[in-house]
Each structure stands twice: as C-alpha cells, then as structure tokens.
Design a protein around this ligand. Structure first.
Ligand SMILES: *Cc1c(COP(=O)(O)O)cnc(C)c1O
Length: 411
C-alpha cells in the first residue's frame, strides 16, 4: 500500500530584522566602524562620519538641512522643541503610533490632541485633523504608518490655510513618496528613526530634516544642549538635552544609507508579488496606497474581516503560527495610544499631572465614538513583518500559508 499521508512540509525560516538574516549589515559597516575607532574620535562634534551622514541624507532627500540624533524619539522631541510650544498648547497626532512619538509632546509641556485615522490606510487625513483644529493647535504631527505616505497634498493645504507647522514622523517611511515627493519633505520638519527594526539601522538612532534656516538652527541646538558651537560668544541658549549620535553609530548609518534605495525597491517589489497572489480571497484585503504614491512597506498589513474569517486577524495569526511558523501581529499596538496608562492615569511628573492640568476637557475626551477609524483599523489589522531579503520562495511560502490558513477559518 502506498502511504497517502503527505510528509509534513518543513517550516521555512523567514529573514528577521532582529538579527543578521534580515539586516543589511556587513563589510561596509565594519570598514567604517573600524575607521571610526582607529581615528580615536568618537564624538560627532569632532568626527567626520555623522557629518557625512547628515550631508548625504540631506542630499538624498533633497532638503537643505539634516541632523543626526540618538533615536527616533529624540528626533520627534527635537522637532517639537524647535517649534517651542507654550505649555498647554495642543499638538495634533495620531492615535495609532509608537509611544516615542507621543511622550516628547508631554516633555515639552504640550498636550497631544489625538485624531482618528482612516481605517483602510491607518493614516490620519485632512478630514480627521480638521475636526480637531482650534486656537490652541500649535503643530500637527502626521505619521506615515507602515511606510504608506499620508495624503500630504490635502494635509499641507489644510495646515497652510491655518498657518500651522507640520512635523512628519517618517520613522517607518524612508523614501516613501507622495505624488513623487519624498515623505518627510512636505512639512516643517521630517523625523526618521534608525532603530533596529527600521529600514536601515544603527541599533538606535534618528535624523531630523528641514528646509527652514531658523528651524534648522533650533534643531541643531536642541541636539547639542543648546550650546552655540562655533559662535563668537557661545553659551547654552535654552533648555535642551544631549541627543547627539556617536561616531560609531554614524559610521554604521553612513554605510547603511548607501543601501537604502535598494532596500526600499526590494521591499516594494516583493510586496507587489504577495499582493498579486492574495487577490480575491473573501474576508481579506491587501494593502492599498494612492496610485501616485510609493509605499515602502515597513510592514505588510492585511485587513481581516471577522464576519468572514473566524476570529478575524487574531484567528489568522494563530493559524499562520501553528501551521507554518509564520509570526504576525494582530492589532499592531494592541490598543489606541490614548488608552495607555500615561494618558488614562496622566502619569507624568511626580503627582502634578502636568501638562494635562492645562488641557481642555475636549482634548482629553477619548470616547470611543470619536475614533471609529482607529478602533476598526486596529480590530482588522494583521501586521506581517516585511523584509528586503525576502525571495520568491519566501513570498510563495507566505502566500501559500495564508491561502491554507484562510481555508481553515472561512465561515
Ligand atoms: C520607531 C518609531 C518611533 C520611535 O523611534 P525610536 O528610534 O524607536 O525612538 C517613532 N515613531 C514611529 C512611527 C516609529 O515607528
């Protein structure tokens, strides 16, 4: 008798951005780090690598100024500090983001004013922002979530009409384009992260960009304890931190930067292949981006309909893990940012609750019915890790796994 039970297929291990398999770190980075170490100069105030990184990044994006800093969180903090809000001013931001994009608002004494997102793109829109604009609005932070650019045409038109500066959180959106223009170059300041899991990495690191000379000056100073290096009579001009990137990180980042365009292209083309293979599955929507935009696929996000597929995104994630060893993250950050303890319990400085004490009730109204897109978006999202090292074999494996899992949970 022929044994008809098929042999179990071996699980394929996917490249992973937390280790060498999914990172582009190699000989170039080693050569630059070695050069940095042998130079004996590891501070960016005296060295050459961070300066080179800044110049090359500005050139790549086509902006006048770029300054490296110690993290994406530091980049956001620096951007906010450069705009110098009054205590109690509101800064509009998204309810689906990294906490590193939110705590800097509070540290600068301002109030995060959460706005809803489009449940299909998970991005803020001009419409969701407009509902929350008021006389206290000092700035708007937009986040190009998962590498898909926000509609910057509409957002800039709204912001410009109200003379409100825009900060672009581009931590997940290196080289993403809206209508052919790079994300991070529309607003007053662009913020980038070089953390381990981003498109390119130095372990921890960040970059801020601008075209505005006065803002550039404040960005530089904020990263440097507001010390006026090079001035005739330098002083510490205002309250600021040391957010400098070291030369060791700068060396790695400079090498990584030369690989960025290739990384983004590979992520884009492999994502297109997966999208092709997942068409027409009931209950499953593949990522969408505007026709004239370039999504850079920090992650590959599916929308899963629990009315069609049992337990929705959670059910699909469970099957992918059990059957094929594929990790994915339903709900991304689990809950809207405003439901974290920082906001729910207003845990800030001692028992002061500052700066929440300065907020209007309106700004702190986190009622569910104000955020329908956020709740729907988080309910449906299944975040698949994405990587430039994925081959056609990996894409086929992921696509087959999804088809199989979906067949098992279809209602
Ligand atoms: C990663 C990230 C940050 C914070 O960057 P760190 O380098 O981790 O401090 C901020 N915003 C978004 C959208 C991010 O993805």
């Amino acid at each position: 008798m022929v044994n008809t039970i098929p042999a179990p297929q071996p699980l394929l291990k996917l490249p992973n951005d937390q280790e060498a398999s999914g990172r582009t770190l190699g000989a170039e980075e080693i050569a630059f780090v070695t050069e940095a170490i042998l130079s004996g100069t590891l501070t960016s105030t005296k060295g050459t690598f961070v300066k080179a990184l800044e110049q090359q990044f500005a050139q790549l994006l086509g902006v006048k100024y770029a300054y490296a800093c110690s993290s994406g969180t530091a980049a956001i903090h620096t951007a906010i500090a450069a705009l110098d809000p009054e205590p109690g001013d509101e800064i509009i931001t998204t309810s689906i983001t990294d906490m590193g994009a939110l705590t800097p608002i509070l540290y600068q004494g301002a109030i995060p004013r959460f706005v809803d997102v489009d449940p299909v793109t998970w991005n803020v829109t001009a419409a969701t922002i407009e509902r929350c604009l008021n006389e206290r609005t000092k700035a708007i932070i937009v986040t190009h979530l998962f590498g898909n650019p926000c509609n910057m045409t509409e957002i800039m038109a709204l912001a410009d009409a109200h003379h409100i500066p825009v900060i672009e959180d581009t931590a997940q959106g290196f080289l993403a384009k809206h209508h052919g223009q790079y994300a991070g170059t529309f607003g007053k300041v662009g913020c980038f992260s070089l953390q381990q899991g981003k498109h390119i990495t130095t372990g921890e690191g960040g970059i801020v960009t601008t075209n505005d000379e006065a803002i550039a000056r404040r960005l530089f100073l904020y990263i440097n304890k507001a010390f006026g290096y090079g001035d005739p009579h330098p002083d510490h001009y205002f309250i600021a931190l040391n957010y400098r990137m070291s030369e060791l990180q700068g060396a790695v980042a400079a090498a990584q930067l030369s690989k960025l365009e290739g990384i983004v292209e590979r992520r884009y083309s492999s994502a297109a292949k997966l999208t092709e293979k997942l068409q027409g599955i009931p209950g499953l929507e593949t990522p969408v981006h505007a026709p004239l935009d370039t999504h850079v696929y920090w992650k590959y996000c599916l929308r899963v309909d629990a009315r069609v597929l049992t337990d929705g995104a959670v059910g699909l994630a469970k099957k992918l893990k059990e059957e094929k060893g594929i990790f994915s993250a339903p709900r991304y950050i689990q809950k809207p940012a405003f439901q974290c303890e920082i906001f729910e319990k207003q845990r800030t400085f001692g028992n002061s609750r500052f700066p929440f004490t300065l907020a209007t009730p309106e700004a702190l109204d986190y009622s569910r019915d104000r955020f329908p897109g956020t709740f729907e978006g988080l309910e449906k999202v299944l975040v698949l890790p994405w990587n430039e090292a994925y081959t056609d074999e990996h894409i086929d494996y992921i696509a087959d796994a999804i088809h199989q899992a979906v067949a098992h949970i279809a209602r």
